[in-house]
Design a protein around this ligand. Structure first.
Ligand code: SF4
Length: 242
């Protein structure tokens, strides 16, 4: 079994998918969001000799032994990061073990790795919570330094194979054009927006060290307006993550 760099394991989380879940955060990210709350998880480590006291290189079996302790109390596991899909083989191995134990297996992803390249992983994965950070390529680049072509491809792919667990948008006035994103999603997955979970996340600058570190959170009224807009466009399952 290969080893992956584990940044943190949270045995019980209620904010990383449905029900009580064990969340596993992998080290390393392939983009650099201006609003990242966990910038310490961004550095990509090349091999097991490249480490730090906070990071533990572990096999899927070793992580599963940790997960197992909480099986009576959890519904599933969620793999997050950093960007956990940088380690598809590790994910597949961990999901196989977890699935056999009756757990649901979710991925929390920035969507920039082409998931259609990993059909075996997608077989073992219950669903993906996909960030759509910007629809316009220039805005995406300004916010993350990356390219969103693959994010859009993943959006369509996951919707087509019924593995789109949730779409997540971090809402920042002046910075993120949520209306543009919602319309882009609607144009891409069509009627499926009506039963796809949409989570509108209120930006918070806690832990942010990038350009947006002094940007204040949007008001509740702003978030409610976005919720209404999403509803008018046809999204039925809208959650506000305050
Ligand atoms: S994708 Fe997530 S972990 Fe990576 S930089 Fe953006 S917010 Fe941070």
């Amino acid at each position: 079994m290969i080893k992956a760099p584990i940044h943190k394991i949270i045995p019980h989380s209620l904010v990383d998918g449905p029900g009580n879940r064990t969340s596993i955060f992998l080290q390393g990210c392939n983009i650099k969001c201006e609003y990242c709350h966990n910038p310490e998880t961004q550095k990509i480590l090349t091999d097991t000799s490249d480490s730090s006291p906070e990071i533990k290189w572990m096999t899927a079996e070793e992580v599963f032994q940790e997960v197992k302790k909480d099986i009576p109390f959890i519904r599933g596991i969620t793999l997050s990061g950093g960007e956990c899909t940088l380690y598809p083989q590790f994910l597949e191995e961990l999901f196989s073990l977890s699935q056999k134990a009756g757990l649901t297996c979710l991925i929390d992803s920035n969507g920039t790795i082409d998931l259609s390249r990993f059909p075996e992983l997608m077989e073992t994965c219950s669903g993906v919570m996909l960030d759509v950070k910007a629809w316009d390529q220039e805005k995406f680049k300004r916010l993350t330094g990356g390219n969103n072509t693959v994010v859009k491809k993943n959006l369509k792919y996951l919707s087509d194979i019924d593995k789109l667990e949730e779409i997540r948008i971090v809402c920042i006035p002046e910075e993120v054009d949520v209306e543009d994103i919602l319309k882009g999603i609607k144009a891409t997955i069509g009627d499926k927006i009506s039963d796809t979970n949409l989570r509108l996340i209120k930006f918070r600058n806690h832990g942010v060290i990038g350009r947006l570190k002094d940007t204040i959170s949007p008001s509740d009224a702003y978030m409610n307006n976005l919720k209404e807009l999403a509803s008018e466009l046809g999204f039925n399952v809208i959650k506000n993550y305050i």
